[in-house]
Design a protein around this ligand. Sequence first.
Ligand code: FEO
Length: 171
Amino acid sequence: MLNQKVQEAINAQIKKEEFSSRLYLSMAIWCETNGYPGAAAFLYKHTEEERMHMMKFVRYVNSRGGSAVVSDIEKPEDKFSSLNDIFTKILVHEEFITTSINNLYGVTMDEKDYTTGNFLQWFITEQLEEENLMRTILDKISLVGLDKAGMFHIDKELEGMATATKSAPMA
Ligand code: FEO
């Protein structure tokens, strides 16, 4: 049976993963309606990845004899100024999620729930990859510049990433 404190902490994380999915959906919509189809494809895929993260937690809680909770979710931001603005916000958000996963790991250690601690290893690695990917994209944006030609180039790169067979690094 899942420890109550661990279950509550995972349910809080489920809400954050669902929020992430909705935030990236909101960003994808902005990109699609502002002339960035590649960034939109990248972010639509990212939306699915966040939903997959949420579902991993849901299934884990239920499989350990607990009960996952579907929470109220606040409306994500939907006004953005540029691709640079979006990817800067994604990195800040992912850093927040990394801290949250680390805190969750801390709860499992405090409660001596090593099974859940082990389950969280996948997410710890995933966060490292996500942060690195977002930093790489931001570095590219600053290299190519913020003018129209630069943004066109970045949009094409993101389209390539979205259609790449292996999508794990952008999860
Ligand atoms: Fe579920 Fe982007 O972390």
